[in-house]
Design a protein around this ligand. Structure first.
Ligand code: SF4
Ligand code: SF4
Length: 310
């Protein structure tokens, strides 16, 4: 049968080529060498706080810097519009024929933000901007602690579920002529609560976080959020990504332990990598946890094709 030839895994590294041997360390010493390094996490958290505070400060002091919320905003006069919200609005307009919703500013806002996140890696939004992600990261620590102490069990779902939700919320918008997703969207709810003040709707956020702590790790981000799914699709051809270098990897899999989407790091498993360099898939949220923890410095932020250009 003539078909696409499957790539063969690279041969295992000889013992003297293992990264810990090259550094004259025991495997155990080497494995823990970057524990406590939080360079990217600290940069990221600082940026999330900065961008969300900018909304609050702009509103409180009536400054025209960053107005609106994460659903739709204006950055120094430039419109920015969440593409999934826009898609819902367009879907509703199919029923109502009220195309007044789809304004030129909205189209400019969608194109601007799509171009930006395409260049920056798609789901970069999730870990560098989204305030719900920031809260969920803290909840995740508690969840992992409870799992480690055997107080609760982990529950996994099929990753394809997020496509069901992606289509499902659009169908709901079409049928009800309402932005159903926006009524439960934790990204918009937390963003608006920060800017305009809290409301009873925060009880929904509390319920969601509790579910993630006691039942399924990062359930919303992994299996539901259509915003994350949209950015994952946008990021498929994005130049900013995480590069893996086989030669530096000791197959400790610490990167997969800290990763929200460990399937994107499939090549770190012994006997899986098929080439000297791999790039992670578009589900990666560019959080940098793997970059910080990797004892071999085998994972790094990278711009695809830059080395060839330079
Ligand atoms: S890439 Fe992952 S598996 Fe390989 S050395 Fe780094 S942390 Fe360990
Ligand atoms: S691959 Fe690395 S940067 Fe991407 S989500 Fe996983 S830990 Fe974060």
């Amino acid at each position: 049968m003539i078909g696409k030839k499957e790539k063969q895994p690279l041969p295992p590294k000889p013992k003297d080529q293992m990264p810990h041997v090259k550094l004259n360390m025991t495997y155990k010493e080497w494995m823990h060498r970057h524990e406590g390094r939080h360079t990217w996490r600290n940069r990221r958290w600082a940026f999330v706080i900065f961008i969300n505070l900018l909304f609050v400060v702009s509103f409180t002091f009536d400054l025209a810097v960053l107005e609106g919320s994460l659903n739709g905003s204006r950055l120094i006069g430039f419109y920015l519009m969440d593409p999934y919200v826009s898609l819902e609005l367009a879907t509703i307009s199919l029923r109502t024929h009220y195309w007044h919703n789809v304004t030129m500013n909205m189209i400019i806002g969608i194109i601007t933000i799509l171009t930006f996140y395409f260049l920056m890696g798609g789901r970069t939004f999730c870990s560098w901007v989204c305030p719900y992600h920031f809260i969920a990261e803290w909840a995740e620590k508690l969840h992992k602690y409870l799992v480690k102490k055997r107080k609760i069990k982990e529950h996994h779902f099929n990753r394809g579920l997020r496509y069901v939700f992606w289509v499902g919320f659009l169908i709901l918008a079409l049928v009800t002529k309402r932005l159903i997703f926006q009524e439960i969207n934790p990204v918009g709810i937390v963003s608006r609560a920060l800017i305009y003040g809290p409301g009873l709707i925060l009880l929904w956020i509390l319920a969601l976080i509790t579910f993630e702590i006691v039942y399924s790790q990062r359930f919303w981000c992994r299996y539901v959020c259509p915003i994350g799914t949209t950015w994952s699709i946008v990021g498929k051809l994005s130049p900013v990504t995480i590069k893996f270098e086989y030669e530096k990897c000791g197959h400790c899999r610490k990167c997969q332990d800290v990763c929200l989407v460990p399937h994107v790091l499939w090549f770190v498993v012994k006997g899986r990598a098929t080439q000297a360099q791999h790039y992670v898939g578009s589900d990666c949220i560019k959080c940098g946890y793997c970059v910080d923890i990797c004892p071999g410095d085998a994972l790094n932020f990278s711009i695809k094709g830059l080395s060839k250009i330079v």
